[in-house]
Design a protein around this ligand. Sequence first.
Ligand code: NZQ
Ligand code: ZN
Length: 394
Amino acid sequence: MKSFEYCVPTRVVFGTDSLEKLPAQLEKCGALRVLVVYGGQSAKKSGLLDKVLAILSGAGSSHQELGGVQPNPHLGLAREGVKKAIAMDAQLILAIGGGSVIDTAKAIAHGAANPGTDIWEFWKRRAPLTKSMPVGVVLTIPAAGSETSDSAVLTNAEAGEKRGLNTPFNRPAFAILDPLLAATLPVHQVACGVSDILMHTLDRYFNPVTDNALTDELAEALLRVVLEYGPAAVRDAHDEKAMSEIMWAGSLSHNGLTGLGGKKDFATHQLGHALSEKFDVYHGDSLTAVWSSWARSVMDESPARFARFARNVWHVEEADDTAAALAGIAKQESFFRSIGMPVCLGELSCGKQDEAGLADLASRCSYGKTRTIGTFRVLDYEKILAIYRRANEA
Ligand code: NZQ
Ligand code: ZN
């Protein structure tokens, strides 16, 4: 087991009607001036935004709004939010939404706490982040896990870069998780969310450290629960039981728990980020479009590990490790397909790519051949390109 530190300070307020507990959370944070951040339209349309604003007024907190956050959120809007937060002397940034809104709120918090530094400097690791300010979350989509994660992902459209920043300052102060707030989600967003939740644990489970008994068991349990309840949540976003399981799994899958003592791989996430960066495809789509190609390409690194996944998660009974491993990958791929997710590049909105397009993706993913990705198998530009080719041919 690798040494680790584990600190998830986010107060999770889970359950139907947990929004009623927002005033108590604001009070704990001493938040009298709040910048409310939300997305394109769903929070307005559902009435949730008005509800939250009324709660803020009732709690005696003054507030301003910043709407319009898009999926794969843009640096430009976050910069606008920083200016707004500084001008109003905000004490808390409140995100109403999913990963895109929460990550924008995190960026605003970092920028407002460090007015002399452009936020992209933190994402490019050119400036160290040593302080921030509190972020609160009202979650509307179980998916990215940003409500408890130490990560935030932004797209710099001018530079053509999608980058993540991992820091303890990214952990929100509180997260309100009411499964019914996700009931208005379109079917495909639920499927994207279910897939992302699975991927946050899969991208940890497949790593080179294999003596983590408890972590592995926790990971397998989470995967089984998401596989069991995911399809019901996709069929009916009003299914409170299914959505409850998925929402809680989403927060646990990406707060570090299912990878403790291991060495995060996250190659599939990096392969996916290049696709979202170039084609603006949804994060969940970008992951399932490459996962099985990644898995089949790296499986020979440890057929035993893939066989364990197949047997413990998918109940595969093959005695031979390689046969079991291949069966597990096929079952996972069929699951993604069954909930309407793409499993190859041709099924993404960008469609199949020519060789130059694939080379461009590999170049973006390897930061112009300057980095490798993954730990289960370390992937350089050539290996990344081979996986994109495989996903293109699938
Ligand atoms: O903008 P609105 O109108 O709100 O619509 C959103 C958006 O179109 C819609 N939506 C959200 N809640 C809804 C709803 N529609 C109806 N009813 C509701 N209750 O869903 C769409 C997607 O929203 P988004 O926030 O983009 O989804 P998600 O949570 O999947 O976040 C994706 C972003 O998070 C990043 C991804 O890269 C991507 O940029 N990630 C962040 C992570 C983190 N910070 O820890 C980790 C992840 O691996 C991921 O990289
Ligand atoms: Zn993800």
